[in-house]
Design a protein around this ligand. Structure first.
Ligand code: DAH
Length: 344
């Protein structure tokens, strides 16, 4: 008995389990009913009372040592493999993941879209990569016309034919070519300008373009739809103002201002003490642009239309009193998480 115990002790002292195969061999020899221990205990029973007292505890000790080795091996695995870190109580509730939220620009875009949908517009999406033709030429920006410089462009090809659209008006042209009037569409989307990024300007931003083409569409319709929009978005007391302006693709053209809601037109830093905030451009579609309407009746003069372009960033800044454009693309969770409880 003494020899056997000594040999097993030595064997256990030298155990070094390296892999699943080693674990299997170790368990086969030292753990369970088929291990070396049951025969050893069977032998012990047959010994004299004094021998039992001497060797019994020694065998128990060996058995415990084997259990200890197995436990340590399992512990070391837990630290290595994350799967072993699973809580043993599987009925515990799972840990929750924080729910994401929509970006404030998306929230505002959705809200704007909903207002226009209620007013009979449908949504169309255009490509951010455009041709010079759609972005400029067809919109009555002649080559070398200084108006092209007002929108610093990211060109994608050396011949300057392909570019990142500088305004959603580029998609307007595609719709004019594709659909027959009457139609009313809004085009939400991202636009790009080659500008230095500051708190008031960015190299990409978002617009919602609107067009309405049909018989007898007039400036009064344009003014009405913009007023409806401004009051639905900013509140029923909101006033609008259309200031004469210039865009090559509209005639007459106007800049759309809304009354400053933050100071009730008294003058504040948001409205630069004027009581009014500029939110976009608009006008009656220029006959040269309108001439591209496909499938129009032979009498092309039958149709007129208006268009407008609203800045989504501007609307969002007014809605949430944000003063720096750059925060929209900073990916700062402290800023973004403030919007996560707003309707998802
Ligand atoms: N495309 C113009 C811009 O980005 C905005 C604009 C002005 C759009 C007048 C229009 C419009 O549709 O009629 O600055």
């Amino acid at each position: 008995m003494k020899e056997k115990i000594k040999a097993l002790k030595e064997e256990l002292n030298n155990v070094n389990i390296q892999d699943p195969e080693g674990l299997k061999n170790f368990c086969a020899r030292f753990i369970g009913s088929k291990s070396v221990f049951p025969p050893l205990f069977a032998e012990l029973v047959k010994l004299s009372q004094t021998d039992k007292k001497q060797w019994g505890p020694k065998i128990q000790e060996l058995k415990q040592q084997a259990q200890e080795i197995l436990k340590n091996y399992n512990e070391s695995l837990k630290n290595k493999d994350p799967r072993f870190l699973a809580p043993t109580d599987l009925s515990l509730p799972a840990s929750t993941q924080p729910l994401g939220g929509r970006h404030p620009l998306s929230l505002v875009q959705r809200e704007m879209e909903k207002i226009f949908l209620k007013n009979g517009f449908s949504i169309k999406n255009g490509s951010e990569i455009e041709t010079d033709e759609h972005n400029f030429t067809a919109l009555n920006f002649p080559t070398d016309h200084p108006a092209r410089d007002s929108q610093d462009t990211f060109f994608l090809s050396k011949d300057k034919n392909y570019l990142l659209r500088t305004h959603t008006s580029a998609t307007q042209v595609r719709l004019l070519k594709k659909y027959s009037p009457p139609f009313k569409y809004i085009i939400p989307g991202r636009v790009y300008r080659n500008e230095t990024v500051t708190s008031r300007a960015h190299c990409f931003f978002h617009q919602i373009e609107g067009i309405n083409i049909g018989e007898g569409i007039s400036f009064a319709h344009l003014k009405y739809v913009l007023l409806r929009f401004a009051q639905a978005f900013f509140g029923s007391k909101t006033k609008i103002r259309l200031r004469p302006s210039y865009f090559p693709f509209t005639e007459p053209s106007a800049e759309l201002d809304i009354s400053c809601l933050l100071c009730q037109e008294k003058g504040c830093s948001i409205c630069k003490k004027t009581g009014w905030v500029e939110v976009g451009g608009c006008g009656m579609i220029h006959p040269r642009v309108l001439a591209q309407v496909q499938n129009a009746s032979k009498d092309k003069t039958k149709y007129t239309g208006y268009a407008f372009g609203l800045g989504i960033e501007r609307m969002t800044m007014l809605r949430y009193q944000i003063h720096d454009l750059r925060i929209f693309s900073a990916n700062d969770i402290r800023f973004l998480s403030q919007f996560s409880t707003v309707h998802i």
